[in-house]
Design a binder for this molecule. Structure first.
Ligand SMILES: *Cc1c(COP(=O)(O)O)cnc(C)c1O
Length: 407
């Protein structure tokens, strides 16, 4: 007779011996200066430690405030703001899978790795996706985009505001949205990296769906994201006849929780509380001041890096400020730089999907003067350690000049 004893069953999976987190994590957390996740404020960390009932009066109040603060950050009066349990990519998939299906004509403006992801999600729901392939370190001209829209007659246009992979800023976003709108297409914008770091006016620019993650500009935790649909987009969601194959991402089901105080799935309550605090801090700062802080810090960082003697990857005209791409000196790989700066200086920065660059983020809490000095010093010292000739004092001086307003 088989027994129910765990120990005697020969096929049982043995209990593993593992280390505690204290043994795994460094004593002092590394400074997260890469392309996300970014450091979180104390109020966000505190909220993230709390679990409450996912249904009921307290949660309803929290959700109401999250939506109204998100409307401010998205600059929309649309009712249709929802949270998503999942990464920025889940919000992206929520936008694509609710608005596109078998045969939908989608035009994807492809600037790189992340904007291509929207095209791939479109293909996976059976949409007829055409891509406008844009050269690395460049943006498509409005003529090229207008031509592609004339040719493809898309029902949906997807575009990224900041292409985090190659650090390109789609500074034409407002005009792109206007072109798409004039042709009767809905516009989906990936603002995962950029939201609350630079202007984005969903209503005024005529954008139909904006997505963002928690762990970038908003300085919240990864894993809880936000999406906003315009009335026109919501009408398309409601008008579809074939159900969305993604049950968790079905916007009509998510409406139960985010608008009707009902159940869809158990919301990540701690993460929603964290997001609430992150949004509250954005509101307390105001968007105007937050954009100014990001701009000043990023430009000072760029000046510091350049003055040290390193090269920025993207030309000034379309350079993304939210994540700064830096060419890795000849003879070294991005991994050489990232591992050295992490090990020796406890600063985390990112490589980028095969490109010969390292990336330093300027999103949310990364845009603080003390973090910038530590990062520029760590980067310069890493170069010195690796035997690359840089002028570190000149870099630090340029950073200081940038931060103190050039005086
Ligand atoms: C980080 C990022 C994503 C993906 O976000 P995840 O949370 O990793 O899914 C998508 N688009 C852009 C522009 C990003 O920067």
């Amino acid at each position: 007779m088989p027994t129910s004893s765990f120990t005697s069953a020969s096929s049982a999976v043995p209990c593993p011996v593992v280390e505690s987190l204290d043994a795994i994590l460094p004593e002092e957390p590394l400074l997260m200066m890469g392309a996300g996740p970014v450091p979180i404020p104390a109020a966000v960390a505190k909220a993230n430690a709390i679990v409450i009932n996912h249904l009921g009066g307290t949660m309803v109040k929290v959700i109401g405030q999250v939506k109204s603060m998100a409307r401010y950050v998205f600059q929309t009066n649309s009712k249709w703001v929802l949270g998503v349990a999942g990464p920025g990519s889940a919000a992206m998939e929520m936008a694509i899978s609710n608005l596109a299906w078998e045969g939908t004509r989608v035009l994807s403006i492809k600037n790189g790795f992340f904007s291509e992801r929207m095209a791939e999600m479109g293909r996976r729901v059976g949409a007829r996706v055409s891509t406008l392939d844009v050269a690395d370190r460049a943006v498509a001209s409005l003529e090229e985009i207008a031509g592609a829209i004339r040719r493809e007659r898309p029902e949906i246009v997807t575009v990224v505001q900041g292409e985090t992979s190659n650090t390109v800023w789609n500074y034409h976003l407002k005009e792109i949205a206007a072109l798409a709108k004039a042709a009767g297409a809905l516009v989906i914008v990936d603002a995962v990296c950029t939201l609350s770091t630079m202007p984005l006016e969903m209503d005024a620019w005529g954008i139909d769906a904006v997505i963002t993650g928690g762990q970038k500009g908003l300085s919240s935790i990864p894993g809880v994201s936000l999406i906003a649909f315009s009335d026109a987009a919501w009408a398309r969601v409601k008008g579809r006849t074939a159900p969305n194959a993604h049950w968790c991402l079905d916007a009509s089901l998510a409406e139960n929780f985010w608008h009707n105080a009902g159940y869809h799935y158990t919301a990540p309550v701690s993460g929603v509380l964290a997001l609430h605090e992150a949004l509250r801090l954005v509101c307390a700062e105001t968007l105007e001041k937050r954009f100014a802080r990001h701009l000043k810090c990023s430009l000072a960082l760029q000046d510091g890096v350049a003055a040290m003697g390193l090269r920025l990857y993207t030309p000034k005209a379309c350079r993304l400020n939210s994540v700064v791409g830096i060419e890795v000196p000849e003879g070294f790989s991005p991994a050489d730089v990232c591992s050295h700066i992490s090990r020796m200086h406890q600063v985390e920065i990112s490589g980028s999907f095969g490109l010969p660059i390292v990336r330093i983020g300027q999103m949310g809490e990364q845009c603080r003067e003390h973090n910038l000095f530590r990062t520029v010093h760590a980067l310069g010292r890493t170069m010195v350690d690796l035997g690359v000739k840089v002028d570190l004092p000149a870099g630090v001086a340029a950073l200081e000049r940038g931060l103190s307003g050039g005086k």
